[in-house]
Design a protein around this ligand. Structure first.
Ligand code: AMP
Ligand code: GLY
Length: 430
């Protein structure tokens, strides 16, 4: 089969790495891809937002199956365009991708179908939003309805902060139409986990749970980032809890989407928070997580093509997914300044002949002659697999530094997966 992966991040490098091991693929393309995917697939030099050009490419090359990595093309309707042209694509329609594209859509759906989520109200008017915020208990969470490059959510400790953020969204229109509607919701407390399921619209199979690290600094301090470290599986997520998440969140979400006339096909990834009252949905994503996909692909034993074709053939009910033993940990090396204005152009050193349990998944990396250089905030992911989480953590950090993987002024968190490690040590003591 000829397969096309759309995207250019570390997630897509990991997906392409896994797909490149499939015997079922004769030709693999990545659009636009990056320096990492270039060594495993043919990169296609078409901008990711040129949907007509992407369609023409897929038709011209007779692509059998396309997997869409990021959310933007799905929200914009790329999957619909492909299906209208009788091309197979993995990912939800624009209507179904509203689960990620519109937080108001997602919250209303959850309320209607009693899927656990924080209590909320929706506002179109700044004065009404302010009046409401004034009467609430703090902290309080404010969210823009649409996509705001990860900057549309604020957890506010005081009314002054809430008012400042509401003003930014609704008066200064920092994110334009994306904040035409604003959600104000209660602040939940608990560990956050990423939970992904593959679904054909009727049946689903869940992937190993994982945990992302969004804050820039150790101890979950500092600014929010796109995610700078992840690990899987999550030791404190018991089998009972996983069953509860499947029953109270995944199954009813897929059923609700079908009932509302927006059947959901592809990867459904709710971001969850595990509260004292059980798991709640913070948000939905309509795709694989980045960077969670990197450790997940390291652990996945099943051919990824078997998973993708099961989705396409509506055979997820018969799909069995198997995983390698142990844990995987991924640490993202970022450029100085990220998530703000960052520096670029640093030469990256990656030793040859790395340990087989290590994978480097490139994100913002440029290749010039025989040099590779940093070209974006999240530069690359160093991933390691171990028999235990502790082993994987040790291995991954042993590969980052002066004589191993490094570049000038690189930044990274030193405590990736510690929350999981603490929980697993505690579990062993019991
Ligand atoms: P979202 O884009 O909705 O996932 O929000 C981004 C981040 O804001 C989440 O990863 C949480 O850390 C935080 N957050 C969002 N909603 C809530 C909430 N209701 N309670 C506590 N934290 C939240
Ligand atoms: N890991 C966060 C995201 O993929 O949105």
């Amino acid at each position: 089969m000829k397969v096309l992966v759309i995207g250019s991040g570390g997630r897509e490098h990991a997906l392409v790495w896994k797909l490149a091991q499939s015997r079922r693929i004769s030709q693999l393309f990545c659009l636009p891809g990056n320096a990492g995917t270039a060594s495993l697939a043919t990169n296609v030099n078409i901008p990711i937002h040129k949907y007509r050009q992407i369609l023409e490419f897929a038709k011209d090359k007779r692509i059998d199956l396309t997997l869409v990595g990021p959310e933007a093309p799905l929200i914009a309707g790329l999957a619909d365009l492909f299906r209208q042209n009788k091309l197979t694509v993995i990912g939800p329609s624009a209507k179904a991708a509203r689960l990620e594209g519109s937080k108001v859509f997602a919250k209303k759906l959850m309320k209607k179908y009693a899927i656990p989520t924080a209590k909320f109200s929706v506002f179109k008017s700044l004065s009404k939003a302010r009046a409401y915020a004034r009467k609430q208990l703090y902290p309080l969470v404010i969210k823009a309805d649409g996509q705001c490059l990860g900057k549309g959510v604020a957890v506010c400790r005081t009314y002054a902060k809430a008012n400042e953020f509401l003003t930014k969204l609704m008066k200064n229109k920092l994110f334009g139409r994306a904040a035409a509607r604003v959600i104000i919701e209660e602040c939940l407390i608990g560990q956050e986990v990423s939970f992904m399921a593959v679904t054909d619209g009727t049946d689903f199979v869940t992937l190993l749970p994982s945990q992302d690290h969004k804050r820039a600094r150790d101890g979950d301090r500092g600014s929010n980032t796109g995610g700078i470290g992840a690990y899987a599986p999550v030791p404190f997520l018991t089998d009972e809890m996983i069953k509860l998440i499947e029953k109270s969140i995944i199954a009813p979400t897929i059923a609700a989407m079908g009932k509302e006339g927006n059947p959901y096909q592809g990867i459904l990834y709710p971001g969850l928070i595990l509260t004292e009252k059980g798991p709640f949905v913070l948000e939905y994503n309509c795709r694989f997580g980045d960077p969670e996909t990197q450790p997940l692909m390291q652990l996945l034993k099943t051919d990824l093509m078997d998973i993708l074709t099961a989705i396409q053939r509506k055979a997820v009910g018969k799909l069995k997914i198997t995983w390698k033993r142990g844990s995987a940990v991924c640490v993202i090396l970022t450029a100085k300044g990220y998530p703000g204005k960052y520096v670029s152009g640093m030469e990256i050193n990656i030793p040859e002949n790395m340990n087989k349990l290590i994978n480097i998944f490139l994100a913002g990396v440029k290749k010039q002659a025989d040099k590779i250089t940093a070209g974006s905030g999240r530069v690359l992911a160093v991933c390691a697999r171990g028999e235990t989480l502790e082993e994987a953590i040790k291995l991954v950090y042993s590969q980052i530094g002066k004589d191993v993987i490094h570049f000038k002024n690189m930044r990274y968190r030193k405590d990736i997966a510690q929350k999981g490690l603490e929980a697993s040590l505690w579990k062993n003591l019991k």
